[in-house]
Design a protein around this ligand. Structure first.
Ligand code: EPZ
Length: 421
């Protein structure tokens, strides 16, 4: 397992290009299986989770040709089975459930299980597909779904808001169902709007994606099409906070500030300067950050995926901040690692109290999931001395060329093979 080593204290300067959105690419790759013919998907990020999804899709019989960040996908699916080995390494593969059921009439896919950010239930996925007429059984840790799909009204409200990938699954399945489906309380993330745009290009009939109600008229079939994935707003958030926490000045290129409005509003409240540019923005921070009170929520609320990242910035603010986690209440595993760097953070029920300190000190720390790992990298950029982050395979799942991009901004960062003990 590799490690990432950072010498802290160097302000980042220059420009960084944002890759395509991982959380858009994954459901859109699944959606391409619904088509009668080949799709060409552009701006696909070269990250581990996409590699895993491509391996699963190939194992189903589809033909995949990769050319840089473009992928040609011929949906010659011969079987609809996704094993525990695959699904347990990437829970997002659950978004194959809807397309395979709609296209093949049956599917067997492993239940995802849990991960560091919390249990990953799929009850909303299953409820939605049952409302479309699917017969669903759980056998030996697998979801077995089969049946002809007919449109229906579906309420996707869950205990923590809606579900992003359940909304994706139902939207994809409803495209080929007989009749009309209305999804009440869908998730509204930009990645779902990107998915709906791709499905409509393919011949789907979806209205209202990104809003409070999505209406889908089923069609007979869908055609393979060309599509370019939207920029990754969570990657953009990571580099914005990297520019701020290192007290530098960074231009973020090929990002969409509209997808980041809640974060930008909070960063400005903390005293970070944000200048919008065509297709991006400039971030700079000179003075010490002001503390914040914030709560994560489904889009367009403050993104849960940015919670670990903003908490690192607030650990250096002047005063007390409160960060409530409204989507994954236990998403605080990384706190222990930050405390080893000198952060003063007190965990409470589904929230943390952060007492800002003047300085973080480099230390050996361990990543526990994609965004916790990114947060520890940010802490290393700001800390005094050397920080070594291990289990960086978590970070590889969601960040393309992280070392190259940060080095390009002047960070003193390198990757080394961890000596196997
Ligand atoms: C997506 O996961 C993202 N992943 C996650 O990003 C992100 O954190 C999450 O949405 C929330 O924004 C991808 O898009 C690939 P959910 P998803 O279903 O769809 C509960 C990253 O770092 N829930 O919206 O799996 C669930 O427990 C990843 O890129 C149910 O109760 O998340 C959670 O508390 C991490 N029943 C909340 O809803 C269900 O059937 C939101 O989960 C499904 C979910």
């Amino acid at each position: 397992m590799d490690q990432i080593i950072i010498q802290g204290g160097y302000p980042l300067r220059g420009e960084v290009h944002i890759s395509g959105a991982k959380n858009s690419a994954l459901p859109i790759l699944a959606a391409a299986l619904l088509a009668e013919g080949k799709s060409i998907l552009k701006n696909i990020p070269r990250v581990k989770d996409v590699d895993t999804m491509l391996k699963i899709i190939s194992s189903l019989g589809a033909e995949i040709t990769q050319r840089g960040d473009n992928i040609e996908l011929n949906p010659t699916v011969k079987k609809s089975f996704a094993s525990y080995e695959f699904v347990s390494t990437m829970r997002a593969s659950i978004c194959l459930l809807g397309p395979l059921l709609a296209k093949k009439g049956e599917v067997k896919i492993s239940l995802p299980g849990g991960c560091a950010i919390g249990p990953r239930p799929v009850d909303l996925h299953l409820k939605g597909l049952q409302r479309l007429g699917a017969e669903i059984k759980i056998e030996d840790g697998y979801i077995v779904a089969r049946g002809e799909l007919s449109g229906n009204n579906i309420d996707l409200r869950g205990p923590f808001g809606s579900s992003v990938l359940a909304t994706a699954n139902i939207m994809m399945a409803a495209c080929l169902a007989k009749g009309k489906t209305t999804i009440f309380h869908p998730a509204r993330e930009p990645e779902l709007v990107d998915l709906a745009n791709f499905l409509n290009k393919m011949g789907g009939d979806i209205k209202g994606a990104g809003g409070r109600k999505i209406e889908i008229e089923g069609v007979k079939n869908l055609e393979g099409k060309k599509h370019s994935i939207i920029p990754d707003r969570i990657e953009a958030a990571t580099y914005i906070i990297a520019g701020a926490i290192s007290r530098g000045e960074v231009e973020i290129k090929e990002a969409n500030p509209e997808h980041l409005s809640f974060l930008l509003k909070k960063l400005k409240q903390a005293g970070v300067q944000i200048v919008l540019r065509p297709r991006g923005l400039i971030v700079r921070a000179k003075e010490r950050f002001r503390p914040l009170h914030l709560a994560t929520a489904p889009y367009p609320g403050f993104p849960t995926d940015v919670q670990p990242l903003i908490s690192v910035l607030l650990s250096l603010a002047e005063g007390k901040s409160v960060v409530k986690e409204g989507v994954y209440p236990n998403r605080f595993v990384y706190i222990g690692e930050l405390q080893r760097m000198g952060a003063n953070i007190i965990p409470r029920e589904a929230e943390i109290i952060i007492q800002g300190v003047n300085l973080l000190k480099g230390a050996k720390v361990m990543a526990s999931d994609i965004r916790a790992g990114a947060a520890l990298i940010l802490a290393g950029l700001a800390a005094e001395g050397e920080t070594t982050v291990s289990r960086v395979y978590h970070i590889d799942r969601g960040y393309e060329d992280l070392i190259k991009k940060l080095s390009g901004l002047g960070a003193k960062i390198k990757r080394k093979k961890e000596r196997s003990s």
